[in-house]
Ligand binder design. Structure first.
Ligand code: SF4
Ligand code: SF4
Length: 286
């Protein structure tokens, strides 16, 4: 069980969430991922969590999604699978706790897909489980609270967050020896960061700004953060919340209309035209 505090698991709510997600979210790509695994275990080599335990192998974590799928949609799952445990209608309490453990041991990095001979994205199947957990309210309270702050914009009222942000702007000013260009529309480059970035990589942001300035680039930074670690909804299995936050970011990108956006970290959370199970469009960044 995760050491992060969870609300008590309500099995009835969980069952409804399983039915809701399995019947509503399946699409042709997920069906391919669910049906095409040859159990070769090549994906084990790609997952950053496998060195901690083999139980975190991508195929093992995704197996819960396959069991729920087989029970409802495959002949084998409706017959033999039910008898030998290869398919499951719902999860028992200990199985629900195992699911929670598994979904918090996947960062949706996509590595498993690149080493899989069938190009199966186990992360997408684990994401289905994440959506089930979110619908059932089985998310760590601290992360759910932070997501709520991000979605509502109330993180802007938290003084420690804003102090860290403003202090980074002050450090950039000191490093470049002039006022920081903020929210400058039409800049060639937007230096993008989140609250998480300023709390963890403040120096990297300052040095990147200095490099852009030394190169005499036309760049700008943001006067205010657009999220804590946006979109946290993606991490929690809340696509609605994630899209809300990403739409806000998208509209800022549109307003500034930079030619390039420089990210301090990650990038997986800001896909292009599609991907990561959110359909989002961005201005031309090429
Ligand atoms: S590498 Fe692909 S086919 Fe092999 S076990 Fe993993 S998901 Fe299944
Ligand atoms: S997407 Fe998840 S399961 Fe796949 S390699 Fe990354 S962390 Fe592991």
């Amino acid at each position: 069980m995760s050491s992060l505090q969870l609300k008590e698991v309500n099995l009835e709510t969980l069952n409804k969430a399983i039915d809701g997600v399995i019947y509503e979210e399946l699409n042709s790509t997920l069906l391919y991922y669910l049906q095409s695994c040859v159990n070769c275990k090549a994906c084990e080599a790609g997952c950053p969590f496998v060195p901690t335990s083999l139980k975190y192998s991508p195929v093992n974590k995704a197996e819960i999604a396959r069991q729920l799928y087989r029970y409802r949609f495959s002949i084998w799952g409706k017959t033999v699978g039910r008898a030998i445990g290869g398919s499951k209608k719902y999860l028992k309490l200990d199985e629900a706790e195992t699911m929670i453990d598994y979904i918090w041991h996947c960062v949706n990095c996509g590595s498993c897909m690149f080493v899989c001979p069938m190009a199966i994205d186990s992360g997408a199947l684990i994401d289905l489980l994440r959506k089930i957990a979110f619908k059932a309210g089985m998310v760590p309270k601290v992360i759910a609270d932070i997501e709520m702050l991000e979605n509502s914009g109330d993180y802007l009222k938290i003084s420690s967050f804003m102090d860290a942000w403003n202090s980074t702007i002050d450090k950039i000013k000191e490093a470049i020896g002039r006022d920081v260009p903020l929210d400058k529309k039409g800049s060639e480059i937007l230096l993008y960061a989140s609250i998480y970035d300023v709390l963890t990589y403040s120096d990297v942001i300052v040095k990147t700004a200095k490099i852009l300035d030394l190169l005499k680039k036309d760049w700008t930074f943001m006067s205010k953060p657009l999220g804590i670690r946006p979109p946290l909804g993606l991490v929690l299995g809340d696509p609605v919340g994630a899209i809300k936050v990403m739409e806000k970011i998208r509209s800022y990108f549109k307003e500034i209309s930079p030619k390039y956006i420089v990210l301090i970290s990650g990038g997986y959370e800001y896909p292009g035209d599609s991907g990561f199970h959110c359909e989002l469009k961005y201005p031309d960044m090429n």
